[in-house]
Design a binder for this molecule. Structure first.
Ligand SMILES: NC(=O)c1ccc[n+]([C@@H]2O[C@H](COP(=O)([O-])OP(=O)(O)OC[C@H]3O[C@@H](n4cnc5c(N)ncnc54)[C@H](O)[C@@H]3O)[C@@H](O)[C@H]2O)c1
Length: 229
């Protein structure tokens, strides 16, 4: 919504087609441009098809936000109770998905020698949140990937940075977070209030802009001052 409001041509990708169409309609209703593209970031073929569509439609990709992940559907539980299949799925979508998307879209950026890649990690990795072992491990991997990609892509004029949000309220209910846990999270913040998507937009917007041209390989914790890197 923020990119579209700034006049950018947005391609919204998600595995859930209905939700995706809702986003595209909401953007269009405010006069913005959005192409909804149903894709599975964990599928090499699906990602290649999506990159092909973006190339055909726009002939470029300036900014890639690797945001898709398995997150809100995760049931928090001790690591001993994590089924291997769930571990593999979270690692596949959150880590391999970020790799596949970056590998497919970086060539479109290299062509114009300009690009911004923003990988969404999590402050849960910094604070070592318990009962989420696959998730925190996957988000740590995203930071590692961000640093190495920054080195590989710098000479092409492409920056790669990570955004680490704190617990953020979205339209999706988080049934495994109790009201007491939520109160505790807020009490630990320097800025003691709920975090919303609007708190993340400014940093994403900066990282996507020319103003951040000399900033790469970095991790930005946006959590109201709960964790310090
Ligand atoms: N909400 C928070 O508290 C919070 C905190 C820190 C980091 N994050 C990160 O922010 C990002 C967004 O979080 P959210 O709260 O909106 O999570 P969410 O679970 O509500 O949304 C994730 C989205 O990714 C999509 N997705 C899942 N698998 C996919 C796949 N294989 N291919 C394409 N799309 C797929 C889902 O359909 C969903 O729309 C995630 O990377 C998450 O890890 C969220």
């Amino acid at each position: 919504m923020r990119f579209a409001a700034g006049g950018h041509r947005v391609v919204a990708m998600d595995i859930q087609e209905d939700a995706l169409n809702g986003v595209a309609e909401a953007i269009k209703a405010t006069g913005g441009q959005c192409v909804p593209l149903a894709a599975d970031v964990g599928s090499e073929a699906s990602v290649a098809q999506a990159a092909g569509r973006v190339d055909q439609t726009f002939g470029r990709c300036d900014v890639l936000v690797n945001n898709a992940a398995i997150f809100s559907t995760i049931k928090m539980r001790p690591f001993e109770q994590l089924p291997l299949e769930e571990w593999m799925r979270v690692m596949h979508v959150n880590v391999t998905g970020t790799f596949l998307m970056t590998r497919a879209f970086a060539p479109l950026m290299k062509r114009h020698r300009w690009g911004r890649i923003i990988n969404v990690s999590s402050a849960a990795f910094v604070m070592g949140r318990p009962n989420y072992l696959h998730y925190t491990t996957s988000k740590a991997a995203v930071v590692g990937m961000t640093r190495s990609l920054a080195r590989e892509l710098g000479s092409d004029g492409i920056t790669v940075n990570a955004l680490l949000p704190g617990a953020t309220d979205t339209e999706i209910p988080r049934e495994t977070v109790t009201p007491e846990q939520k109160r505790q999270q807020i009490a630990m913040r320097c800025i003691q209030r709920e975090e919303g998507p609007q708190d993340l937009e400014g940093v994403v917007s900066f990282l996507a802009s020319e103003d951040s041209a000399f900033v790469t390989g970095q991790s930005f914790v946006v959590d109201g001052g709960y964790c310090f890197l």
